[in-house]
Design a protein around this ligand. Sequence first.
Ligand code: SF4
Length: 349
Amino acid sequence: MLTSLSVDEMYQNMKVALKDIVPDVELRYKAELAVEINRLKKEKNAVILGHNYMEPALYYSIPDFKGDSLELSRKAAQTDKSIIVFCGVKFMAETAKIINPDKIVLLPSEKAGCSLAASITAEDVRLLKARFPGVPVVTYINTYADVKAESDICCTSGNAAAVVESLKSDTIIFIPDEYLAKNVAQETGKHIIFPRLYSGSTNTDTSLDYQMIGWPGRCEVHEKFTVDDIRSIRQQFPDVVILAHPECSPEVTSASDFSGSTAAMIRYVEKTNAPRYLLLTECAMGDNIAAANPEKEMLRLCSVRCPHMNQITLEDTLKSLQNNQYEIEVPEEIRVRAVKSIQRMLAIG
Ligand code: SF4
C-alpha cells in the first residue's frame, strides 16, 4: 500500500516509474510531500481520487483511485470515507459532491476550472429547451452542477454514444462540447445542427432534417490538435499508431487510428503492440501512460498541458488536507435535480 510507505520507499517507487520523466532532485522532495499527504489522508479518513491528467509525480504517489471522469464518478459513488479529495477540476469535484452530499469534498485549487464547463450556463440550457420543447437533454459530465440540473442525463466521453442510443429518441440535445457531439453524431449516424440562440452567433446550420442539437463549447486543449499534426507525424513515423480523444475535431479523430476516452486509450496501449504510439490528448496523460508502459515507445506532441488540471499539485493537495480547503458546496435545490442526471448515466454503465 502506497499509504504506508516511508519517504525512501516512496522515492524508490516513484523512481522506478518516473526516472525518465521527472528529474531526480524533484523526486525526493515530491516523495516527502506524498508521504505526508498519505499519512494525513489516513488520519482524516479521506480518499484521494486522481484524474488521468494529473502530473506524473502526483499520479504515481497519492491517489487511491485513478481514472477518467466516468471511473472516478463511480468510485465517488462507492466510497465510505468521510472526505473526498478530488485531484482533478471543479466540475469533477462537484460531481462527487452531488453524489455524496453528506461527505466533505475538497478541491486542492480554486483555479482548477475548465473551458468547456465554462462554455454554457443553466440559462443557455433553459433557452435550448424552450426552443426545442420535449427534446431530451444529454449533458457531458464536463459541466457545472446548475447545467446538469437542467439535464435529463449525463454522459462522459467513454459512454456518450451508448447514452444517446439508450434514449431511443428521434431528436436529442447534446451539450456542450461541439466536437464530442459531432463525433457522437458521426458514430450514431445522426445529423447534427448548431442552432443560433443569440444574435451574433456564428452557427448557421438551420436544416430542418436533424436528430441532434449541439452547442459550440470546446476543450481548449483538444481543439489544438490538427490534421496537419497527424500528417507530419505520419511522414516521419509511418508505423505510428495515433490515438485521439473524442474532444478533438471529427477531422482529427477520423485521421487517427483510434478514438476513445482516456481510460479507453490506456486500455488500447496496454493491449496492443504497435512499434510506437502518439496520444492526441493532454500531455501529462502521455507521460503517465509512458511510465506505465516503459517497454512501449510513446511519441510526444506535447506542448498541450491543460492549464486547469495543471493547478493541482502535491503542495496544494497537502494544504487541502491540512486546512480542509477548498470545500465544494452545491445548493440542495440544484443538487437534487443534478443527481438524477448523473444516476441515470451511472445506471447505463
Ligand atoms: S482538458 Fe479540456 S475538458 Fe479537460 S479540464 Fe482541461 S479544458 Fe476542461
